[in-house]
Write a protein that binds this ligand. Structure first.
Ligand SMILES: Nc1ncnc2c1ncn2[C@@H]1O[C@H](COP(=O)(O)OP(=O)(O)O)[C@@H](O)[C@H]1O
Ligand SMILES: [Mg+2]
Length: 377
């Protein structure tokens, strides 16, 4: 009996759950990950689409709608409950018990990201107390704010996982996560790794197709493919000052949103909507490819995030990066839909193991810090 207990104590569970709802606000990605081997193994996944009313509320807040403290508190709880229900669904589909899970890593829903200025902050909602209580699982959350406190941008954090599992000592690799916003991770064989947000991923394309065709996104990039890039408009997009800022840098819906796009379009009212969509797709591909090209000549680019499903975007990226194979992260063993959620399971594990994380090359934090707070009911 005594021996059994000692084994259990020295062999804690290696299962973690990762949760992320990104800038697209499409829903919450939930993953169950086993860290018993060198590379994290995806055991089970679940995607819970955001209910329409909750999504609209979040989008309004992200667009700067005034919010009372009561509304803020309520939204925090609503999102926390939404995330907890998604975890409980993941447990049900994977037939896993709460006690089998070491911890949940919950990113939360970003509602405002302001990493620069006199009082920088990054705000995520989704009450971690509720998640821990409703799932009966220890929850690690609030990953970004310690990084900001340490002088970092608080973002991007997924590159920490990219570095850990996708780095290869013999090939020059790059990774791009194309969610609402895009972030690149340069992983040259030399080990001089770097990461930052390049700018828009899907957020502007989603806005534009939503406005003109009432669709959440441009499936496959099909609508964009019916149009053609308008060079003068692309140049206007590329004149955005954020793109010229040195890294480390990060951005979000606060900058790249419908208002931003409408402002750029004010001198281009005669352009057909599908040509605007084609130009937006080209904008995303150009910023990603140029930023990578300025830093390294990768022999392979691995794409994750919803943008990996946009065939037109993948083709455009491949065209811009010569002598570089463009593939999704599935080629490295993790399906592109789940990489970011795995990153938050990984971050939860780092936190539970008490490790400080060096984010200097990615977010610019001045020294390694432990990311995330631990909540247990
Ligand atoms: N089949 C598809 N074709 C084209 N774009 C897609 C497809 N599936 C997802 N996307 C894009 O990916 C986005 C979601 O990507 P995701 O990685 O979840 O972003 P975020 O992290 O911002 O939530 C969608 O809003 C959409 O623009
Ligand atoms: Mg998403």
């Amino acid at each position: 009996m005594l021996i059994k207990a000692a084994v259990a104590a020295s062999n804690p569970t290696t299962l973690y759950i990762g949760l992320i709802s990104g800038t697209s606000v499409d829903g919450v990605d939930c993953v169950l990950v086993d860290f018993s081997e060198n590379t994290p193994k995806l055991v089970s996944t679940h995607f819970q689409p955001s209910p329409e009313d909750l999504r609209n509320e979040v989008l309004e807040v992200c667009a700067g709608a005034p919010l009372s403290l009561e509304q803020l508190g309520t939204l925090d709880i609503k999102i926390g409950h939404f995330f907890a229900a998604a975890v409980n669904e993941l447990l049900a589909v994977s037939k896993t018990l709460p006690r089998d899970i070491a911890a949940i890593g919950s990113h939360g829903q970003t509602v405002w990201h302001k990493p620069n200025g006199a009082h920088p902050f990054s705000m995520q909602l989704g009450d971690a107390n509720s998640i821990a209580y409703l799932t009966k699982i220890k929850t690690v959350a609030d990953f970004r704010r310690m990084d900001v406190a340490a002088g970092g941008q608080g973002a991007p954090l997924a590159p920490l996982l990219h570095q850990d599992i996708f780095y290869c000592a013999t090939t020059d690799r790059a990774v791009v996560n194309i969610g609402g916003i895009s972030n690149i991770t340069c992983l040259p064989a030399s080990g001089n790794n770097l990461a930052f947000d390049t700018g828009p991923g899907n957020v502007l394309m989603d806005y534009w197709i939503g406005k003109h065709k009432h669709q959440r996104y441009d499936e496959n990039g099909d609508w964009a493919m019916t149009g053609r890039t308008v060079p003068a408009l692309l140049d206007r997009f590329l004149a955005e000052p954020y793109l010229k800022l040195p890294h480390p840098k990060s951005t979000g819906r606060e900058l790249f949103n419908g208002d931003w796009l409408e402002k750029q379009l004010s001198d281009f009212s005669e352009i057909a909507p599908n040509d605007v969509q084609a130009t937006l797709l080209e904008f995303t591909a150009t910023t990603v490819a140029c930023d990578i090209g300025l830093l390294m000549q990768p022999s392979a680019l691995y794409v994750c995030g919803g943008g990996a499903h946009n065939a037109a975007l993948m083709v455009s990226l491949a065209r811009k990066l010569t002598n570089c194979k463009v593939d999704s992260t599935a080629a490295l063993g993790i399906h592109p839909d789940w990489v970011e959620a795995v990153a938050f399971a990984w971050l939860a594990r780092e936190r539970m193991l008490g490790r400080e994380i060096d984010t200097a090359a990615f977010t610019g934090a001045v020294r390694p810090v432990a990311l995330g707070g631990v909540y247990s009911a």
